[in-house]
Design a protein around this ligand. Structure first.
Ligand SMILES: [Mg+2]
Length: 255
């Protein structure tokens, strides 16, 4: 698994960053910058972690939190091809896990509690990451900005509306998954060559590796609450040319 301390890249102030091997990366050709949303522009994962804690308490008779956590993750990952990402998928996975671990003995009231936990996330406020709006505002005068996110369509639309950042965006893409193919499709729609496109996000798996694969640029902005499924092993990062920054404002030193 990846650890943040392994990948602290130096950010220079002359419009370039350095990758882990010390190679200079040039961002001078960039025309379009896309941002991930959850835990890149606004807080998200912490709400899921809180709901999970409630789930572990509810199901404590069926195992300790670490066991329940592994079981829930297994269900969520198995369900991604069927349900995709987001709160609805998470809620169904909690119910499915509860049924499996209880041998279908969990009562209807507890299922109701689980549904309430999922719904509770939908009502959480949209809290922008520190510096996010300032970065979008500054970059929007020079670049076309895109929001490229996974998750539930309605929930992401809700968060975007509440965030107040739509005015800085040229385009919003809510994707079922972030694969090299889906990024290629997005770039084709935007009419931009890969070398002129940059993606910034907190997931190495979804925001960085697939973007590098199609020849575009990527900037990694770690977040302490990134879902374990979105992490990648260090082996997968070998010889990958991207810049990692500590916080979103550091992007202003790259482009
Ligand atoms: Mg994210």
């Amino acid at each position: 698994m990846f650890f943040l301390a392994d990948l602290k890249e130096k950010v220079l102030s002359n419009g370039q960053g350095k990758n882990k091997q010390g190679k200079k990366l040039n961002y001078n050709n960039i025309k379009i910058i896309a941002f991930d949303a959850d835990d890149t522009l606004w807080q998200n994962e912490s709400f899921f972690r809180e709901a999970e804690c409630g789930f572990y308490t509810l199901l404590s008779q069926y195992g300790a939190a670490d066991k329940l956590s592994k079981e829930l993750l297994r269900t969520e990952v198995e369900n991604i091809p069927l349900y995709g990402y987001g709160i609805k998928s998470f809620t169904l996975s909690m119910i499915e896990t509860a049924l499996r671990l209880s041998g279908n003995k969990i009562n209807a009231a507890d299922i109701g509690e689980i549904i309430k936990m999922g719904r509770g996330i939908l009502g959480r406020p949209v809290i922008l990451i520190d510096g996010a709006e300032e970065v979008l505002k500054k970059l929007s005068s020079k670049y076309k900005l895109v929001l490229a996110t996974k998750g539930d369509l309605l929930d992401q639309e809700r968060k975007l509306l509440k965030s107040g950042i739509s005015k800085y965006l040229h385009h919003v893409e809510i994707m079922s998954d972030k694969t090299p193919q889906s990024y290629k499709k997005l770039l084709k729609y935007l009419g931009v060559e890969p070398q002129c496109f940059m993606m910034a996000g907190n997931s190495l798996k979804s925001d960085i590796l697939p973007v590098l694969k199609i020849g575009a640029k990527a900037v990694y902005i770690p977040h302490s609450d990134t879902w374990i499924y979105e992490r990648v092993s260090c082996d997968n990062l070998k010889n990958k040319n991207f810049t990692a920054v500590e916080k979103i404002k550091d992007i202003l030193n790259l482009v």
